[in-house]
Design a protein around this ligand. Structure first.
Ligand code: KIV
Ligand code: ZN
Length: 384
C-alpha cells in the first residue's frame, strides 16, 4: 500500500510574497479553483491578519472551494489566530490554522529578542489556543534547518502535546543540503517520542537551487507533506516548484516506490499558465516540466532520435503533464529526418532528387534566423 504525499500549495501566500506578484481577490479565487481541479490537498490562501485584502481573499477561497483544505497563516500571537479562524470559518471541517514562530539562534537573537524558553511557551500556548478553535493545526518552526536539532526536537515534542496535527520543518533561507536535511528529519523521527502522532512536512526555499532536491530527500526520510508553489514563485529565489516534485515522484515511481500523490498531472500546464498570468511572473522557457522548451528538441541528432522513439530524449510523457505533442522546432541544428517529417505534415511533396538542394537552402535560412517556420519552408519549396 503506497503512502500519500500531501501537496500543500502556498502560491497564494508565499508565492504572492514575491515582489510584484500580488493578486487581487478575484484572481486568487480563480487560482484556488484551478488548484482544486489539479487536486492539491491543502491551499494556503493567505495571511489574514496582514491586510483586509488578504483576509477577504482567504475568506473567499474558504467559501468557494469544496474539496481541498484551506489554510491561513498566523504568527504565534492571539490576534493573528483570531483573524485566521474568522477568515477560515466557511471552510468548516476543511479549516487549517498554520502557526509559525522562528526557532533558530539567529532569529531568536536578532529578530525576536527572545530565549528558547520564551519561544517554546509562545508556540505551546498558541497551538493550544488554535486547537480549541479549529480541528487541524499546523506548526512551523521557521528557520528550522539552522536551529539546534535538540531544541528543535524539544519544541516539536511540546507542540505535538499541545495539539498540533502537522509539523513543518522549513528550510526558510534555502540553506540546507539534501543529505543534511535527510539527517535532520531522521533525527527528529528518532528523538521526538510522540512524532508518530503527526504528519511531518517540509517547506523549502531555493536560494541555492536546492529546494526540489531537499524536498525529495525529506520524502526519503519519511516526510509526508510537501509545501511549495506553482512555477516555484515565492520569496527571493522562490519556493519548491511543486510541478517538479510531483513529476519526479510520478516519473520515478520505481525509485519513490512507497509513495504517491493525488494530483491530476495533466492539469499542471494549465495551472502553470494561469499562475503566470495572474501573478505577472512569466515562466522561463527552459524551466523544467512547464517551460516552453521543456519538450522542444533542437539539435538534428535529438530530433532524429525523438522521431524514431521519444524515450531517446524524453523522461516524461508531455501529454501526462498537459502539453500537446512534442515540439520539434526547425532550426539550423535540425537534420534531414526532421525536415522531411515537417514537409509531410504540411502536405508538401518534394522529389528525392530535389532534397539535397532544399536541405542546402534550409541550412542557409537557418543560419540567418533562429527558427525556420512553416511559411519559410513552403517558400523554399516554391523556390526550387
Ligand atoms: O519560509 C518559511 O519558513 C515560511 C513559513 C511561514 C513556513 O514561509
Ligand atoms: Zn517560505
Amino acid at each position: 500500500m503506497k503512502e500519500q504525499i500531501h501537496i500543500f500549495d502556498t502560491t497564494l501566500r508565499d508565492g504572492e510574497q514575491c515582489p510584484g506578484a500580488a493578486m487581487n481577490v478575484e484572481q486568487k479565487i480563480q487560482v484556488a479553483m484551478q488548484l482544486e481541479t489539479l487536486g492539491v490537498d491543502i491551499i494556503e490562501a493567505g495571511f489574514p491578519v496582514i491586510s483586509d485584502g488578504d483576509f477577504q481573499a482567504v475568506r473567499a477561497v474558504a467559501e468557494r472551494t469544496e474539496k481541498s483544505r484551506v489554510c491561513g497563516l498566523a504568527r504565534c500571537v492571539e490576534k493573528d489566530i483570531a483573524a485566521a479562524h474568522e477568515a477560515l470559518k466557511a471552510a468548516g471541517e476543511r479549516e487549517r490554522i498554520h502557526l509559525v514562530v522562528a526557532t533558530s539562534p539567529i532569529h531568536r537573537k536578532y529578530k525576536l529578542g527572545k530565549s528558547r524558553e520564551q519561544i517554546r511557551n509562545m508556540a505551546v500556548k498558541s497551538v493550544a489556543m488554535a486547537s480549541d478553535l479549529c480541528g487541524e493545526v499546523q506548526f512551523s518552526a521557521e528557520d528550522a534547518s539552522r536551529t539546534e536539532p535538540e531544541f528543535l526536537a524539544e519544541i516539536v515534542e511540546s507542540v505535538i502535546d499541545a495539539g498540533a496535527a502537522v509539523i513543518n520543518i522549513p528550510d526558510t533561507v534555502g540553506f540546507t543540503m539534501p543529505e543534511e536535511y535527510f539527517r535532520l528529519i531522521s533525527y527528529l523521527k528518532s528523538h521526538v517520542p510522540n512524532v508518530d502522532r503527526v504528519r511531518l512536512s517540509v517547506h523549502c526555499h531555493d536560494d541555492m537551487g536546492m529546494a526540489v532536491a531537499n524536498s525529495l530527500a525529506a520524502i526519503r526520510a519519511g516526510v509526508r507533506q510537501i509545501e511549495g508553489t506553482i512555477n516555484g514563485i515565492g520569496e527571493r529565489a522562490g519556493n519548491t516548484a511543486l510541478e517538479e516534485v510531483i513529476m519526479a515522484l510520478h516519473s520515478r515511481r520505481d525509485f519513490f516506490s512507497e509513495v504517491r500523490t493525488g494530483i491530476r498531472t495533466n492539469e499542471l500546464v494549465r495551472t502553470s499558465r494561469m499562475v503566470a498570468a495572474m501573478s505577472g511572473l512569466a515562466v522561463p522557457r527552459s524551466k523544467a516540466v512547464v517551460g516552453a522548451n521543456a519538450f522542444a528538441h533542437g539539435s538534428g541528432i535529438h530530433q532524429d532520435g525523438v522521431l524514431k522513439n521519444r524515450s531517446t530524449y524524453e523522461v516524461m510523457d508531455p501529454e501526462e503533464i498537459g502539453w500537446g505533442a512534442t515540439e520539434l522546432p526547425l532550426t539550423k541544428h535540425s537534420g534531414r529526418h526532421a525536415v522531411k517529417m515537417r514537409l509531410s505534415a504540411l502536405g508538401l511533396s518534394v522529389p528525392d532528387t530535389d532534397m539535397p538542394r532544399l536541405f542546402e537552402l534550409f541550412k542557409k535560412r537557418g543560419d540567418q534566423c533562429k527558427f525556420v517556420y512553416d511559411d519559410d519552408l513552403a517558400a523554399l519549396v516554391d523556390s526550387l
